[in-house]
Design a binder for this molecule. Sequence first.
Ligand SMILES: *[C@@H]1O[C@H](CO)[C@@H](O)[C@H](O)[C@H]1NC(C)=O
Ligand SMILES: *[C@@H]1O[C@H](CO)[C@@H](O)[C@H](O)[C@H]1NC(C)=O
Ligand SMILES: *[C@@H]1O[C@H](CO)[C@@H](O)[C@H](O)[C@H]1NC(C)=O
Ligand SMILES: *[C@@H]1O[C@H](CO)[C@@H](O)[C@H](O)[C@H]1NC(C)=O
Ligand SMILES: *[C@@H]1O[C@H](CO)[C@@H](O)[C@H](O)[C@H]1NC(C)=O
Ligand SMILES: *[C@@H]1O[C@H](CO)[C@@H](O)[C@H](O)[C@H]1NC(C)=O
Ligand SMILES: *[C@@H]1O[C@H](CO)[C@@H](O)[C@H](O)[C@H]1NC(C)=O
Ligand SMILES: *[C@@H]1O[C@H](CO)[C@@H](O)[C@H](O)[C@H]1NC(C)=O
Ligand SMILES: *[C@@H]1O[C@H](CO)[C@@H](O)[C@H](O)[C@H]1NC(C)=O
Ligand SMILES: *[C@@H]1O[C@H](CO)[C@@H](O)[C@H](O)[C@H]1NC(C)=O
Ligand SMILES: *[C@@H]1O[C@H](CO)[C@@H](O)[C@H](O)[C@H]1NC(C)=O
Ligand SMILES: *[C@@H]1O[C@H](CO)[C@@H](O)[C@H](O)[C@H]1NC(C)=O
Ligand SMILES: [Cu+2]
Length: 574
Amino acid sequence: MGAFRSLVSIGFFVVFVALSLQDAQAITRHYDFNIQMKSVTRLCHTKNIVTVNGKFPGPRIVAREGDRLLIKVTNHVSNNITIHWHGIRQLRSGWADGPAYVTQCPIQTGQSYVYNFTITGQRGTLFWHAHISWLRATLYGPIIILPKKNVPYPFEKPYKEVPIIFGEWFNADTEAIIKQALQTGGGPNVSDAYTINGLPGPLYNCSAKDTFKLRVKPGKTYLLRMINAALNDELFFSIANHSLRVVDADAVYVKPFETDTILITPGQTTNVLLKTKPSFPGATFLMTARPYVTGQGTFDNSTVAAILEYETPFLHSVTSMKKLPLYKPILPSLNDTSFATKFSKKLRSLATPQFPANVPQEVDKHFFFTVGLGTSPCDQNQTCQGPNGTKFAASISNISFVQPTTALLQAHFTGQSSGVYNPDFPYSPFHWFNYTGNPPNNTMVGNGTKLMVLPYNTSVELIMQDTSILGAESHPLHLHGFNFFVVGQGFGNYDPNNDPKNFNLVDPVERNTVGVPSGGWVAIRFLADNPGVWFMHCHLEVHTSWGLKMAWLVLDGKLPNQKLLPPPADLPKC
Ligand SMILES: *[C@@H]1O[C@H](CO)[C@@H](O)[C@H](O)[C@H]1NC(C)=O
Ligand SMILES: *[C@@H]1O[C@H](CO)[C@@H](O)[C@H](O)[C@H]1NC(C)=O
Ligand SMILES: *[C@@H]1O[C@H](CO)[C@@H](O)[C@H](O)[C@H]1NC(C)=O
Ligand SMILES: *[C@@H]1O[C@H](CO)[C@@H](O)[C@H](O)[C@H]1NC(C)=O
Ligand SMILES: *[C@@H]1O[C@H](CO)[C@@H](O)[C@H](O)[C@H]1NC(C)=O
Ligand SMILES: *[C@@H]1O[C@H](CO)[C@@H](O)[C@H](O)[C@H]1NC(C)=O
Ligand SMILES: *[C@@H]1O[C@H](CO)[C@@H](O)[C@H](O)[C@H]1NC(C)=O
Ligand SMILES: *[C@@H]1O[C@H](CO)[C@@H](O)[C@H](O)[C@H]1NC(C)=O
Ligand SMILES: *[C@@H]1O[C@H](CO)[C@@H](O)[C@H](O)[C@H]1NC(C)=O
Ligand SMILES: *[C@@H]1O[C@H](CO)[C@@H](O)[C@H](O)[C@H]1NC(C)=O
Ligand SMILES: *[C@@H]1O[C@H](CO)[C@@H](O)[C@H](O)[C@H]1NC(C)=O
Ligand SMILES: *[C@@H]1O[C@H](CO)[C@@H](O)[C@H](O)[C@H]1NC(C)=O
Ligand SMILES: [Cu+2]
């Protein structure tokens, strides 16, 4: 051995020790999530909301890459509950993913369930939220994944890190809102305000005291961990007189770029660096967010504001504080699709040896799904408030997903899928039409509980094509269990002969939620290396409720470490 001793082998040894030390550092972190009611006042309306541990927004989960999380969720409210760890890959641990009736039955009143999973190969910001009905309106909070110990960020070390979580506040009960909408067939009532860290801010009535304030020191770098937990709205966000440096999207590093405004869809997370000005400029800066909307229905067009405030080295009197100028950012117009397109094209994977973009270069299976709205028939003797007296519906490839009454993953694992789901989701829609031209006369959707089955390690390319039925609209599609690479996008109908030539197979952004452009298409690729049942759905909750969802069933591989683990003993039953 001595003869072989060299600098190289010493180097190897050091790397090996460092790696094993890092692994040894991975720990198990325990959290208790008690689901309980809490009385909360916003916009001068007091209501009882469902919370975790009485907190709104909910508690932060902070972990390092490689850690195991054990989160005990105990349900003390009358609603059924499940929690989803949005963006966590859940390698072989699909039982902990959380969507109701997909990977688990709900945690019923008085019951508890321990979500048990490891964070593998991810670092950045994600979030957790309820994944049943519209309960995520108030049940959400950040997941902060730090790199392994002694592994630096691939960007300047921030002085401080601050979660910025967007939400939607409804004065009315959101469960009543979606129940009413599904009964009448009309569009659900819209929110009364947007919130930043649970607070609507000074532009709303009765809310000046409910304003999030970010106090900063001059000349420092802050990492803002931004999360869009709103139910139904994509958002533009900007800070007056400051630019933002985007460094991470959906817990994957990106090539940094500067922008005045970011666009963030429900389900997306974005880390940005904010450099504060070198000296106290004697001003207060607003940070605001308002929606990007492409659909035709009514929506909440209001603006949420928070305040960026420079710490002062000495105390100003109250009167001098009042004289300070207040700057407001200018956001893109509510329908600025051109901004949305430019912004999404700036997002590129870091694609370095340390953080490679492992884009599948070869494709085993090609899929083409349409996403969009439609109608379903009104019950006899009822008058419906959807288009032309029908009910609003939504679908993938004209199949509006019917939620089963038992969990799909359980049905698959126990071999009792008959009567629960059909493994026959189509590769492409049954009928071609000019998807972005004049809509067909018949807008009625079909329905079913259909899954697309994939052998382990299938390399997948999926084109998602928006339709113009009841109006073209941007849909933020979220895939559970995987990150995917966004290899192409465009407007109009996808052209299978010419569009692939322009795909980016080098450094496309890797994420878990992507906006299908309004009146356009997006192409994604992923490797199906995670056995289980994985939900895919629009992250606009209203569209999910209307059926814009489906699931993939990824089969076990041959090797022992390619199989779904058995279900935990406390997995809730239906
Ligand atoms: C969590 O899951 C791992 C992997 O299946 C298992 O070894 C461990 O016992 C589980 N922990 C608890 C507390 O259930
Ligand atoms: C929705 O809005 C309508 C019109 O303002 C109102 O009559 C109805 O009660 C609202 N529904 C709920 C569930 O709050
Ligand atoms: C705010 O309050 C004023 C006065 O009560 C009222 O006229 C106005 O409509 C309210 N605005 C909103 C957005 O609720
Ligand atoms: C902020 O931006 C506005 C508009 O561009 C400009 O007039 C003002 O001087 C700026 N203020 C500071 C403190 O940078
Ligand atoms: C929001 O919508 C209301 C009602 O349609 C309209 O009166 C108002 O001008 C809109 N506000 C903005 C900022 O577009
Ligand atoms: C965007 O909205 C403005 C009015 O708010 C309208 O004039 C314009 O035509 C709209 N643009 C698109 C692309 O819909
Ligand atoms: C519809 O209403 C008629 C008259 O009220 C009644 O006879 C019939 O049973 C109803 N049909 C359904 C499906 O409810
Ligand atoms: C509504 O129904 C009428 C008559 O059935 C039809 O002519 C019209 O095209 C329909 N409109 C929509 C938006 O479906
Ligand atoms: C689809 O419809 C659009 C808009 O009407 C039209 O420009 C386009 O040529 C049509 N495409 C096909 C393939 O028919
Ligand atoms: C749709 O209906 C219109 C008028 O009823 C008719 O002229 C047209 O041919 C129909 N289009 C299709 C594709 O069936
Ligand atoms: C599915 O479609 C059939 C046929 O249109 C309809 O009878 C049934 O009510 C639908 N089921 C659901 C759950 O929407
Ligand atoms: C809760 O879930 C169980 C199991 O699916 C179901 O039987 C029950 O009706 C649900 N309860 C409520 C209040 O939704
Ligand atoms: Cu949608």
